[in-house]
Unconditional design. Structure first.
Length: 203
């Protein structure tokens, strides 16, 4: 999993509330178990016409936002079904941070497991950021996870994050990576177990 420390990137304004996971990646594209290749179908039904042509008014089809790595969305982002394909699709497109006033719990957890920072920004701060982005096309903002600060237009806003999740993102640790941190202890246990119970290791 890619490490997340500081991100200075184009932020796409997406002022829609209750964006559910079927909007993020429609069920038609859930047949794969690969984490790559889903970016092209991110927001598929909002992004393309029936003939496959792009809808020019959709944010991510506009030139500045084709390279966006941050999305600033409305309340309750990621609601609906628990499909992990939703953060896969966002990450494959290039989105590494989603900023919203609130997130659906399962989507929120899945983001951390896949190297995406779901950043909670509420109230006037969120309103101000969204407005500024809508009036400054293609603008970049900075997310500093190490200091837990979000910066734009000479404004600095602090955000909260669980210390364990912060540790995982900064060090690029998914569930497998966390297990491999204990590799030495696992090897010691296996050696001892093999010596004490050799019949368990016979092929």
């Amino acid at each position: 999993m890619q490490k997340f420390t500081t991100l200075n990137a184009i932020a796409a304004p997406f002022p829609i509330t209750n964006v559910d996971t079927d909007m993020i990646i429609p069920k038609l594209f859930l047949r794969t178990i690969k984490r790559t290749g889903l970016g092209v179908n991110l927001f598929n039904d909002m992004r393309y016409n029936e003939d496959g042509s792009e809808i020019s008014s959709f944010t991510l089809n506009q030139k500045p936002y084709r390279n966006a790595e941050i999305m600033v969305a409305g309340d309750n982002f990621g609601c609906g079904s628990s499909r992990e394909h939703a953060p896969w699709a966002l990450l494959d497109f290039g989105i590494r941070c989603v900023i919203a006033p609130s997130f659906a719990d399962i989507f929120f957890n899945n983001c951390f497991k896949n190297g995406i920072l779901p950043l909670v920004l509420e109230g006037q701060r969120h309103t101000a950021l969204m407005s500024w982005l809508q009036h400054n096309e293609g603008a970049k903002i900075t997310v500093d996870l190490t200091t837990q600060t979000l910066m734009w237009d000479n404004i600095e806003a602090a955000f909260e994050i669980d210390s364990f999740r912060k540790h995982c993102l900064i060090n690029g640790l998914d569930d497998i990576g966390l297990t491999m941190e204990k590799e030495a202890a696992i090897a010691t246990y296996e050696a001892k177990n093999q010596a004490n119970s050799p019949w368990l290791w016979q092929e």
